[in-house]
Design a protein around this ligand. Structure first.
Ligand code: GDP
Ligand code: MG
Length: 162
């Protein structure tokens, strides 16, 4: 069984962009499974010769479900299936109540949680990282999924926990 890495986070933080960035540019895709929405949400991948499955939990859409139901479903997948959780947040927005809702659901897991502070396209957003230390995650790292910065460092940290 390959290790499973789940990307979670409230809408619009950049989960799908991160998923695509990892899959398309930084690691070789060796297999695909059909997703349940238009977005591809599963991919088999490798980093530093370590194979894993990546899941974009935000791509699992529940029609008309309220926000908390939606993120609860995401968190349950991550808690039940994942070996490592990438909790994605948005440096431009800073810490919002929706981030606390996600974290509250992840607290019960004994899984390594790596917070990826996304949208750090510019050094002026780097300090947003300090907002997120209070969550007590395993690791917190700045990334830009659009520019590709920090993705290698993020994956280095992910594979340490396999
Ligand atoms: P999701 O709802 O969490 O899957 O978020 P998406 O991946 O759909 O991204 C939401 C929006 O944020 C889109 O407009 C993305 O282009 C944008 N976005 C994602 N990553 C970055 C980033 O690193 N920098 C910037 N500036 N925008 C980003
Ligand atoms: Mg998405």
């Amino acid at each position: 069984m390959l290790p499973i890495v789940a990307i979670v986070g409230r809408p619009n933080v950049g989960k799908s962009t991160l998923f695509n960035r990892i899959v398309e540019e930084r690691i070789s895709i060796t297999d695909d499974l059909p997703g349940v929405t238009r977005d591809r949400i599963y991919s088999k991948a490798t980093w530093l010769n370590r194979e894993f499955r990546l899941i974009d939990t935000g791509g699992i859409e529940l029609t008309d479900a309220p926000f908390l139901t939606e993120i609860k479903a995401q968190a349950e997948i991550a808690i039940n299936e994942a070996d490592v959780i990438i909790f994605t947040v948005d440096a431009k927005d800073g810490l919002l109540p929706g981030d606390r809702d996600v974290m509250a659901m992840l607290y019960n897991s004994n899984k390594p949680i790596i917070i990826a502070v996304n949208k750090v396209d510019n050094p002026k957003y780097q300090e947003a990282i300090y907002d997120f230390y209070e969550f007590g995650a395993t690791h917190v790292i700045n990334i830009s999924s659009v520019h590709g910065t920090g993705i290698g460092d993020l994956l280095d940290e992910v594979v340490k926990h396999f």
